[in-house]
Design a protein around this ligand. Structure first.
Ligand code: NAD
Ligand code: TYD
Length: 366
């Protein structure tokens, strides 16, 4: 039985992981620590407070007293570290928060973990600090380059990627220098339920349903390797349970797509759904599909992102061979599930995009 601290558990992947873990390991204790930034929402954790073993703490990973007291009082033996600023565009606009949370915040967490787990007599018998990172630390690929392996040299290009690369190095150093038991996973682009509608897939779905332009950066040819979020959670589970301490593992979907193809696919699927389900036109009257017009009419090519990485692709051979990792969801089925989820959870996406409702949820669901 594990006793986990899950940082960033009110964010997209963290919340999916909390639900995944609670279903699979109902006897574990899991404490969620989240600062509830714009990306963290109690709405992502609705229903969790009824589960035994679950506790939510509103706080910052940089609050060393708070983290130390949680680790000690709750006798936590595992940290799964999701908390981060995660959006590349925001890191271009305002990089400071990325350094504060991703670099200094991760270091603060490592420092406390070291103090509590390595320097105290009453430390748990064993411990693990699992760091959740991204494939963006490896930089950008050309069309014929081989996919990123764990040996690919780091070459981060955005302030977001650079801050995650710095955090990866700090995690590695705490293992090498102090003997902290760490693992790191570097994952490709995720999508699925509870993803904040600023990232490509949920943003396009929300805009398509509300009749807003679908902004495609540059010519839309940039390629990402897409993974359904539950498969990422499964990959992290495998690393936590069976990964070798001190190692990093790449997790990917083996499903590369150009942005423009994804946007067109979302448009086509929404058109079909509106033609099959007459209730959708009444529910989303601003959608072009409600008036029988093609959703693709909303596609708008806009100025490119600064320093826009052209292609990411993960080679997950190590995870496959060592951990038997395999994504279960194809992009086709995962995208279908995601669109269905967004259609059924209009209250969720409207609420997370609206501050006052967020405050209300926080008061009522904490
Ligand atoms: P997210 O932005 O949806 O959620 C981040 C969460 O961290 C939010 O709940 C936020 O409130 C919390 N947080 C931020 N600063 C904090 C702080 N100082 N203290 C405590 N909590 C804080 O992010 P996500 O997409 O769920 O990503 C989770 C992790 O996975 C990140 O580390 C990210 O780098 C990594 N990752 C994401 C993707 C992806 O496609 N989204 C892919 C690979 C890796
Ligand atoms: P995003 O979801 O922000 O993830 P990341 O930048 O971490 O890969 O973006 C995915 C791709 O989609 C990326 O190439 C940028 C592009 N994109 C757009 O073309 N339009 C948009 O409105 C957004 C948010 C992203």
């Amino acid at each position: 039985m594990r006793r986990l601290l899950i940082t960033g558990g009110a964010g997209f992947i963290g919340a999916n992981f909390v639900r995944y873990w609670a279903d699979k390991y109902p006897d574990d204790r899991f404490v969620v620590l989240d600062a509830l930034t714009y990306a963290g929402n109690m709405a992502n954790l609705v229903g969790m407070s009824d589960r035994s073993g679950y506790r939510f703490v509103h706080g910052d990973i940089s609050d060393q007293d708070l983290v130390a007291s949680l680790l000690k009082e709750e006798k936590l033996d595992t940290i799964v570290h999701f908390a981060a600023e995660s959006h590349v565009d925001r890191s271009i606009h305002e990089p400071d928060a990325f350094i504060r949370t991703n670099v200094n915040g991760t270091h603060s967490l490592l420092r406390v973990a070291r103090e509590v787990w390595l320097e105290r007599d009453d430390a748990p018998d064993t411990h693990l600090f699992h760091h959740v990172s991204t494939d963006e630390v490896y930089g950008s690929l050309g069309p014929d380059d081989p996919a990123f392996t764990e040996e690919t040299p780091y070459a981060p290009n955005s302030p977001y990627a650079a801050s995650k690369a710095a955090s990866d190095h700090l995690v590695r150093s705490y293992h090498h220098t102090f003997g902290l038991r760490v693992t790191t996973s570097n994952c490709s682009n995720n999508y699925g339920p509870y993803q904040f509608p600023e990232k490509l897939i949920p943003l396009m779905i929300v805009n398509a349903l509300t009749g807003k332009p679908l902004p495609v950066y540059g010519d839309g040819s940039n390629i990402r390797d897409w993974l359904y979020v539950e498969d990422h959670c499964r990959g992290i589970e495998l690393v936590i349970n069976s990964g070798r301490v001190g190692e990093t593992y790449n997790i990917g979907g083996n499903d590369e797509r150009a942005n423009i193809d994804i946007v067109k696919e979302i448009c086509a699927r929404i058109d079909v759904l509106f033609s099959q389900r007459p209730g959708l036109a009444a529910a989303f009257p601003e959608a072009p599909a409600a008036a029988g017009r093609p959703t693709a009419s909303l596609i708008t090519f806009v100025k490119d992102r600064l320093g826009h990485d052209w292609r990411y692709a993960i080679d997950a051979t190590k995870s496959r061979s060592e951990l038997h990792y395999e994504p279960l969801e194809s992009f086709d089925s995962g995208l279908g599930r995601t669109i269905d989820w967004m259609l059924s959870n209009e209250t969720w996406w409207r609420s997370v995009m609206d501050g006052s409702y967020r405050d209300w949820l926080e008061k009522n669901y904490s």
